[in-house]
Write a protein that binds this ligand. Structure first.
Ligand SMILES: Nc1ncnc2c1ncn2[C@@H]1O[C@H](COP(=O)(O)OP(=O)(O)OP(=O)(O)O)[C@@H](O)[C@H]1O
Ligand SMILES: [Mg+2]
Length: 256
């Protein structure tokens, strides 16, 4: 479903990814772990062709992403649902409208929207919140909306970059149950996380990245002390988060 073949991505003075080869099969549930600045978000952005690789080949759903024309990129992204730590809902739209928007921008017929939005909200357990605005919801409810929006077009792949990072442990665990359910319905999931407890409990495949390289790939454990993973390179983290926020804002105004 997703394949990296000797992929290298460098930023001016930093290593993003360094000669990474890995294969994620259809239906897999994979955790991507590692210290701050390790290259996890770089990995995700390369899958989405938000970044270009310097070397190597990336294949997603049998398509070579590395040499894909700009015209084909929106189609690639349509096959991939995305969820972020900070939800990124549109504040002036209701829950229903937020989810419907993901279908409207790719010109899905009204009939299909009317059918699939309530289905996605029901699956996420928030059908009763359809008319609410994001600021009227708890963090956990907002993340459910974001997931409903990510899956409403039935993507084959769901990417989640620290989806439980802003949630308390109980709520985080509820969100994990929902992701598990989505995975069991056949969606391939790649989840970036620093949440040791969650990774250890889920017993899924864990790919660990450090300094742009895969240093571990096995079933089961998170393998880091939580505090260590969260505090290394604090300044980098802030810089990256700022950049991410900027990019998201840019995207919202653009083609997404
Ligand atoms: N746009 C950029 N320009 C320059 N360097 C960058 C850029 N984006 C990321 N980097 C650097 O590349 C490396 C990998 O960053 P990346 O965002 O992939 O890390 P991460 O594993 O997602 O970290 P975190 O856990 O903090 O989100 C870091 O050293 C980071 O500072
Ligand atoms: Mg990151």
């Amino acid at each position: 479903m997703i394949e990296f073949d000797h992929v290298t991505k460098r930023y001016k003075s930093n290593v993003g990814l360094d000669d990474v080869s890995v294969k994620i099969d259809e239906g897999d549930f994979v955790f991507l772990v590692g210290p701050s600045g390790a290259g996890k978000s770089t990995f995700v952005k390369l899958i989405l062709r938000e970044l270009d690789a310097d070397r190597g080949t990336i294949t997603v759903k049998g398509k070579n992403v590395t040499n894909m024309s700009a015209r084909e990129v929106p189609k690639l992204r349509r096959n991939i649902g995305i969820v972020f730590q900070d939800f990124r809902l549109l504040p002036k739209k209701t829950v229903y409208e937020n989810v419907a928007f993901a279908m409207e921008i790719i010109h899905k017929p009204r009939k299909s929207i009317k059918k699939h939005v309530p289905q996605a909200l029901t699956m996420m357990g928030i059908a009763d919140k359809a008319k609410k605005y994001p600021d009227e919801l708890s963090a956990g409810e907002q993340q459910r909306v974001a997931i409903a929006r990510a899956i409403v077009n039935r993507p084959k792949i769901l990417i989640a970059d620290e989806p439980t990072g802003n949630l308390d442990p109980d709520t985080a665990w509820e969100i994990m149950q929902l992701l598990n359910q989505i995975n069991q319905l056949g969606t391939t999931i790649v989840m970036v996380t620093h949440a040791k407890d969650i990774v250890d409990k889920m017993e899924k495949r864990v790919i660990a990245i450090e300094k742009g390289r895969i240093v571990r790939d096995e079933k089961g454990m998170y393998g880091y002390k939580e505090a260590l993973a969260d505090t290394t390179n604090m300044f980098d983290t802030v810089a990256v988060k700022k950049r991410d926020t900027f990019r998201a804002g840019f995207r919202r105004g653009g083609h997404r």
